[in-house]
Design a protein around this ligand. Structure first.
Ligand code: SF4
Length: 186
């Protein structure tokens, strides 16, 4: 029987990805089908990189409309180099925790939403220059993730898709860095 995520250990390690040799290692099997609960867009602090901001700005949205000025910047490790990177957080609507881009339960910038939104409910933890651990978001907010047995899981596909998303993001960010200079590092 499937077990709902909030009853399993928060921050469950799903697997390990190597972005250089494109390998995946499955640690715990999971199954994920988005139920469009929207809690990820109404409850959580969403980190936004300068590259995310650049992509959103290209659609006519200004910096002040994207970035929160009441939540401190998050310091996160970069996946590839291990260098620390300062990330902004997404703007919230006044008096609620809801993301400013959420309208009637839908993301209005879905096609160019931040990387952390694209990989939710997973989050990455730096292991080495090419390796990241993949964890289920440790808030337990997402009701769409199930821990389950290997026969019924789609862990391999989830991790392969995630690896593709990460590789594409790293390539795009590398091109961005070549063109506009380094992102904020400390
Ligand atoms: S940008 Fe879109 S997906 Fe990300 S938190 Fe906001 S509404 Fe949700």
């Amino acid at each position: 029987m499937d077990i709902l995520l909030p009853t399993v250990q928060p921050g469950l390690l799903v697997g390990i990805l190597d972005v250089d040799d494109k390998s995946i290692e499955i640690i715990n099997d999971v199954k994920y089908t988005c139920k469009v609960a929207g809690d990820c867009c109404t409850q959580l602090i969403v980190p936004v990189t300068d590259y995310d901001i650049h992509r959103i700005e290209q659609h006519g949205i200004e910096f002040d409309q994207i970035v929160s000025d009441d939540v401190p910047a998050l310091i996160m490790p970069k996946t590839k180099s291990g260098a620390l990177e300062k990330n902004y957080t997404i703007k919230r609507k006044p008096f609620t925790a809801e993301c400013t881009f959420m309208e009637e339960g839908k993301c209005t910038i879905h096609e160019f939403k931040p990387f952390s939104c694209r990989i939710f409910p997973f989050q990455l933890k730096y292991v080495s220059d090419s390796k990241v651990e993949v964890l289920i978001h440790d808030s337990g907010y997402c009701p769409s993730v199930l821990a389950c047995g290997s026969e019924e899981s789609d862990t391999e596909k989830l991790l392969k898709d995630l690896l593709g998303e990460i590789s594409n993001e790293l390539d795009r960010r590398e091109q961005y860095t070549k063109k506009y200079g380094k992102s904020i590092q400390i």
